[in-house]
Design a protein around this ligand. Structure first.
Ligand code: AHR
Length: 343
């Protein structure tokens, strides 16, 4: 002290105070509301959220059809494009596996849970668990029948009843001059699933306008090619005069075509075939005249889902229902559209 004198001591004190103030202000700007570190140049605590990857837990139905594979690809690609950390789980068409996956997402404290429910019923308990954990849920592709719509933020997907109506409407037009009975067999999707219930409802609603259009057999083919073939074989064995096949998806229709050909009949001519989806294999069969009419069901839901995740996390209002746009294809239209078909 003696060596530097009074002025030196005051200067040292001032420097010390300046250093303390600078450190204090740095600490304030480097922490977000939760006390997490943020870059020194961050403008506000939101920067911390930007730097942290959004974690999205997604429970997929399975890999039962071409449509499902295209849907899975779309979800994975869009999540990567959005920079999300995607936790993907395949339920192998079992509800209990989806419930387990959702519970594991809750435990892992993901930011958002999305899933395509294999069946409509039985979700309330697990959805309440997600809500209690403050994790928003988004439904894609298939709906749930929960009365409490606060259990999920939105449902993004097709209008399956409308798809069934489109199929029925086309058939009514084809047989408007029929004077005798037209025997229809129906291959339903997975029992209890929204598309199986709704595609049947919409189809029946339309065909009832013509009493000649009769569903003589209806059974599930679980949306798979193998089951579609197996069930069509049994339809052909027990019904001599089948005029129309309505299959709830392309894959079951394609399996049924194998059974029809094996029985020595010509698909698309001896039996008129209507399917739903419009995936590449279905469109190819339609272009060849084996499927007469396809109602489109769009599997490319990934971009809409990622947008909804961002909106929900940003606290933006989103509609409770987001309906996917889709079309229909006759054989001729399928032939034209096929070269550009992506999936
Ligand atoms: O939920 C959509 C349906 O599920 C598709 O039509 C079918 O192919 C899929 O398995």
């Amino acid at each position: 002290m003696k060596k530097f004198g009074k002025t030196g001591a005051l200067l040292a004190l001032a420097l010390l105070m300046l250093f303390a103030v600078a450190c204090g202000s740095n600490n304030a700007s480097n922490k977000d509301n939760a006390g997490n570190s943020a870059p020194a140049n961050s403008k506000d605590s939101g920067q911390a959220a930007v730097d942290k990857k959004v974690v999205l837990g997604f429970s997929q139905v399975g890999a039962e059809s071409g449509w499902r594979s295209a849907n899975t690809d779309s979800i994975k690609e869009s999540a990567a494009d959005a920079g999300f950390d995607l936790k993907f789980s395949d339920a192998q068409q079992k509800q209990e596996n989806q419930i387990k996956a959702i519970r594991s997402f809750i435990q892992q404290k993901v930011d958002v849970i999305a899933f395509s429910p294999v069946v409509e019923s039985g979700w309330d308990t697990v959805l309440k668990e997600a809500k209690d954990a403050n994790i928003p849920v988004i439904l894609t592709d298939r709906a749930v029948d929960s009365k409490d719509t606060s259990l999920y933020k939105t449902f993004i997907g097709s209008d399956f009843v409308e798809e069934g109506r489109s199929a029925g409407k086309w058939l009514v037009e084809q047989f408007k001059d029929a004077t005798g009975d037209i025997n229809i067999v129906e291959l339903q999707g997975t029992t209890g699933s929204a598309p199986a219930i709704d595609r049947k409802t919409g189809f029946e609603e339309m065909i009832k306008s013509n009493p000649h259009l009769k569903i003589i057999a209806s059974q599930t083919g679980d949306f798979t090619r193998a089951k579609g073939k197996e069930v069509m074989q049994s339809f052909l064995q027990s019904n001599k005069n089948i005029n129309v096949l309505y299959a709830h998806n392309d894959d079951m229709g394609l399996g049924a075509i194998q059974a029809i050909e094996a029985a020595g009949l010509v698909p698309g001519k001896d039996i008129i075939i209507i399917t739903v989806d419009a995936v590449k294999d279905g469109m190819t069969a339609a272009a060849e005249g084996k499927i007469n009419y396809i109602v489109e069901c769009n599997p490319l839901l990934g971009p809409q889902l990622m947008q909804a995740v961002n909106d929900v996390l940003a606290g933006r209002e989103i509609p409770q229902r987001i309906v996917t746009e889709e079309g229909t294809f006759t054989s001729a239209e399928a032939k034209t559209a096929l070269p550009d078909r992506k999936y």
